[in-house]
Design a protein around this ligand. Sequence first.
Ligand code: NAD
Ligand code: MG
Length: 404
Amino acid sequence: MNKEKKSIVVLGSTGSVGLSTLSVIEQNKDRFETFALTAHSRIDLLIEQCHRFEPKYLVVSDPNQLSNLKSKIETAGLDVIALAGQDGLNEIVQHDFVDFVVSGIVGAAGLGPIHKALLTGKTVLVANKEPIVMAGDFLARVARECEGVILPVDSEHNAIFQCLSPLLPPYYSEQGISKILLTASGGPFLQTSLADLRNVTVAQAIKHPKWNMGRKISVDSATMMNKGLEVIEAHHLFAVPAEAIEVVIHPQSIVHSMVQYIDGSTLAQLANPDMRVPIAHCLNYPKRVKLNVDHVSVKDILTLQFQEPDFKRFPCLPLAYEALSHGSAAVIGLNAINEVIVDEFLNEKIGFSDIPYFLEAALNAFEAPTPSSIEDVLEVDTAARQCVRQILMKSQTAEHGLSN
Ligand code: NAD
Ligand code: MG
């Protein structure tokens, strides 16, 4: 390996963010090299990526897949070390050789590796918003104490980052921010009536009009829970209170967010909806390096539209604000409950309109002490998952009883 280049670990390289990251690396082969690639299950794609990017390590997070991975490495004649599970992920993100860790894992599963990477002072590019939602305060503290760096890749948060003074997160107090205008595309059901939302299918929910993303975030975008999570993410990353974060619907997804200052200025960042832009920005920060993507044209910006969000049709968004007002245990609960419910929807066990229904029911039933460590955060997460699973089970039993 060549140390003149920056060494990158791509967590979740087979997913949407992972593929965008590899595309940026491929365009900048003189600056970056892949140290490790990881996936949960798509071993064939991981092997294909190994041929193209020649990493030192491949990690499969599902330990049951290690023998499968090893036999495919052998068959392909590849010179790469195979690891598995949480231990494998932790080992590679903490390796001395690594400069950047890009977290494109989906959900709470990304918390462990992000935490471990920050503990060894790595620069972590976070697309994986759920760990920031769950444990933003703790991760910011670890970053400060261990000289790690969190760079925001989520497009809105990257836009905010670009509109701020040149300081690294989480050192944002006293910047004179009066408000963050967090833009949202509105998802595939922006124009769908409340009544019609009852009948939408999984296939419709995961077909986002502007972004090609993984299934979980696509459903979150359709319910607008994604924006709720992003309000919390912005609160943690930029030390801005919830009251100062306003969601604005912007269907074209070209203005990725805006920052208003106390002196009357509002700054915005514009780009076509392409995750390679925020990823490349963070990988090259503070430099700007040429990226082969479509630039925004004058024609594109002639038709930009903005409107207020509809809290009635999209109740997940106000539920996220409410959880934030109740404190960190409620926020961890919100995230965990949402992950379980979205999974149920994706497995066609519940309908689309059941998502906010069960979210609210479980949040009302869930209580937990305020966590004082990352270990506590994981306990609250587990308890919230148990709580919503019981509620789902009871409702299935009641439904079954009714139909008998
Ligand atoms: P995805 O489903 O396309 O990919 C997820 C990746 O994580 C895959 O490589 C998968 O193998 C891996 N993975 C899944 N479960 C895992 C587990 N338990 N442990 C370890 N790895 C696991 O998802 P995505 O759309 O790329 O989103 C990834 C994260 O980035 C999410 O948190 C999402 O909210 C965030 N994000 C995505 C986009 C986007 O454009 N896709 C934009 C902003 C933020
Ligand atoms: Mg986003």
